[in-house]
Structure formats: structure tokens, C-alpha cells
Write a protein that binds this ligand. Structure first.
Ligand code: DP6
Length: 349
């Protein structure tokens, strides 16, 4: 017999960034962060997990290619889930798995991203959230989403926020065990559903400095990061929570843009400096800032993660359409502009 579960998880975009760990093994952050989870059909990972007595080792395929599960992060997620598994019985199929038996059963994992990995949008967030959720369902884990988020966090920090839709806060927690470093939903996906996210794919190249290595260097060398995590982010988190609660787009936009810029300032303040954005990213920022200063139309927001791609947020579809028209005019996807495409949800232009 084979027992199988399939799950789907969208990626999330941080509007108050996570950058820096206080514990590298458990993946505990130096500050809280807030993100918005994309619609499930957009930029998501679909993962099927299966167990069978005939599988003789744990195996994984990512986008159809075999992928090593040897990494410590995968191993930790697998053992955390296996350790919480409960009895499972399906009389019809004649399957009876006792709690302790899960440790002896090997898993096969097949994971797909519905966006081209080459687009530079591949995210470990959707991947680990989906893996942990699917494994938990398969092994009849009874824990709530908060506990699952703490397990996904040990795969990749940002993954803990993808366990929920809508707006999500990752509470940094205080406990050394990491048990209180969990994600909580601030508002569900219906709360502010007119927001539209456009991603300008500036480069399809793999980033030179991974988030993991980059934030390690920042923690060790950037004085700005300790100021940011202690003095700036705690206040911003309160303001951002309020802006989300009241759907105050101008405040939301101001906080998201400023926080993205401070995160990249921390990268520059790191030794050696990390350059995630390129000239095109900078030109897009200037354009968006002008829009917010001079256009009579409502405000827009931008945020950049550990790469040059721009994540642009419009308050509604009408503004998103106008913004996209202007972007296509000023930044058409050509080799000159270094722009590959625009992705709005699942549609590429
Ligand atoms: C810039 O979650 O990818 O996207 O925990 O080392 O796996 P690890 O890092 P990761 O870092 C994400 C950093 C960010 C900001 C964010 O998503 O909050």
C-alpha cells in the first residue's frame, strides 16, 4: 500500500522584514516581521508526500529532479513531524500504523513550484510551509497551525508565515527553545482583498549571497542591524498592525517602503557589503517614490527581498492596471531595462 497527501502553499512577501537570527540552528529571529500571503493559485508550491512499506529510503524530487534531503533543515522538519505523529488506521485499505511505526517508514516527496524557478522567484517559504503541512497531515499530527509554523520555521524562517493566508506576524518569541517563535494571523485573506501585487522580474539569475549567509554576516558586522532590531522594528510592527487593521494604505505603503529600504541599508552596512538590488531596482524605487509624491491617483508601495526583483503593491485593481501600464511604458521588458516580465498573480506579461 501507499498512503499519500497533497498540499499547496503560497509564498509570502514581508512588508516588515526578517533579517538576522539570534539562534542559527533553531532559526530564531532578532525581530518580529509581518508579511502578506499571496493568493493560493499564485506563486505557490504543491507538494505530494507518500509513505509505503516498500520505500527503502527517504527521497525527494523538486520540479521533477531528484533533490537531496540530507540537509540539516530538511532532517529537522522530518524528525519534528515524525516525533509528533499519531496512530493511523484505514480499515478498508487494511492500513494500520502505530505512533512509533512512523519512524520506520520512509517518505517520498514530490514538490513543484507553479512559477518558473528560473524567474528568480523561487522561495523556500512556500516550499517548507507546504512540506511541513503535508507531512503533518500524512502522519496524523494533531498539533495546531502555530506549532506547525514553529516546525516550518526550522526549515526556513520566512516559511513559518506561509502557514496562514492574509496578513501574518512572525512573533520572534523569547524562549530559548523557540517554542514561542511562531506565526500568528493578523487578518485573514478577506480582510483587505482589494490589494494587488505585481512582481517585476528584474533578474532571473540566482542571487550571489543567500539570505542565510547574508543575514549571518549582517548580525556579525552591521551596527545598523542591532539599532534596527531594537529601536526601529518594534515601533514599526505596532504601526503596521494598526495600518492593516484599519486598511490605511498610505501608512501601509510608507512603512513597507521604508522598511525595505532599511533592510537594504543594513545589507550595505554589512562587511563585506551585500548588493541585492541593481540599477533597475533603484530606478523602479525612484519611479514609485515620484508616483507617491506627484500622482493624484492613490499611493502605491514597493518592497524588495534578497534580490533585485520588485514587489509592487497597489491598493486596488484599477490602480494596479494604471501602474502596470506606466511600468510597461517606462520599464518595458527588454534586455536594456534588464526586465524579464511582470507577474501579476499567475499572469506574466
Ligand atoms: C529578505 O527565510 O529565506 O526575504 O531563515 O535563513 O532560510 P532563512 O532565510 P529566509 O530569509 C528571508 C529574508 C527576506 C525577508 C523576509 O522574508 O522577511
Amino acid at each position: 500500500w501507499v498512503l499519500m497527501v497533497t498540499a499547496q502553499s503560497p509564498t509570502n512577501i514581508a512588508v516588515i522584514k526578517y533579517w538576522g537570527k539570534r539562534d542559527e540552528t533553531l532559526i530564531l529571529p532578532v525581530n518580529d516581521s509581518i508579511s502578506v500571503t499571496l493568493d493560493p493559485e499564485h506563486l505557490c508550491t504543491t507538494t505530494t508526500v507518500a509513505v509505503s512499506p516498500s520505500f527503502n529510503k527517504d527521497l525527494m524530487w523538486l520540479n521533477g529532479k531528484e533533490f537531496s534531503l540530507a540537509g540539516a533543515r530538511y532532517q529537522r522538519c522530518l524528525s519534528e513531524i515524525r516525533g509528533r505523529a499519531s496512530d493511523f488506521e484505514d480499515e478498508e485499505k487494511g492500513i494500520c500504523i502505530k505512533k512509533g511505526d512512523w519512524e520506520k517508514l520512509n517518505v517520498h516527496i514530490a514538490s513543484y513550484n507553479n512559477f518558473p524557478t528560473a524567474a528568480g522567484l523561487a522561495s523556500s517559504a512556500a516550499g517548507f510551509a507546504c512540506l511541513v503541512f503535508a507531512l503533518a497531515k500524512l502522519m496524523n499530527v494533531k498539533e495546531d497551525c502555530g506549532t506547525l509554523s514553529a516546525i516550518a520555521r526550522q526549515g526556513s524562517g520566512s516559511a513559518c508565515r506561509s502557514l496562514y493566508g492574509g496578513f501574518v506576524k512572525w512573533d520572534m518569541g523569547k524562549d530559548l527553545s523557540g517554542n514561542d517563535s511562531v506565526a500568528v494571523q493578523l487578518a485573514d485573506e478577506a480582510h483587505w482583498d482589494d490589494l494587488v501585487i505585481i512582481i517585476a522580474v528584474v533578474s532571473s539569475r540566482q542571487k550571489e549571497t543567500s539570505s542565510t549567509a547574508g543575514m549571518r554576516d549582517s548580525v556579525e558586522t552591521s551596527p545598523l542591524l542591532s539599532y534596527r532590531s531594537k529601536e526601529v522594528v518594534p515601533k514599526r510592527i505596532v504601526q503596521m498592525e494598526e495600518a492593516i487593521k484599519t486598511r490605511d494604505f498610505p501608512t501601509f505603503s510608507k512603512l513597507a517602503c521604508t522598511d525595505s529600504n532599511q533592510f537594504h541599508a543594513v545589507c550595505l552596512d554589512t562587511r563585506p557589503p551585500i548588493f541585492y538590488m541593481n540599477d533597475t531596482s533603484h530606478r523602479i524605487i525612484s519611479y514609485m517614490e515620484k508616483w507617491n509624491r506627484f500622482e493624484v491617483t492613490p499611493q502605491v508601495a514597493y518592497t524588495f527581498d534578497a534580490g533585485p526583483n520588485a514587489v509592487l503593491i497597489a491598493p486596488n485593481r484599477k490602480v494596479a492596471t494604471l501602474l502596470l501600464q506606466k511600468l510597461l511604458f517606462y520599464f518595458p521588458p527588454t534586455p536594456d531595462t534588464e526586465l524579464n516580465s511582470y507577474v501579476i498573480g499567475d499572469k506574466s506579461i
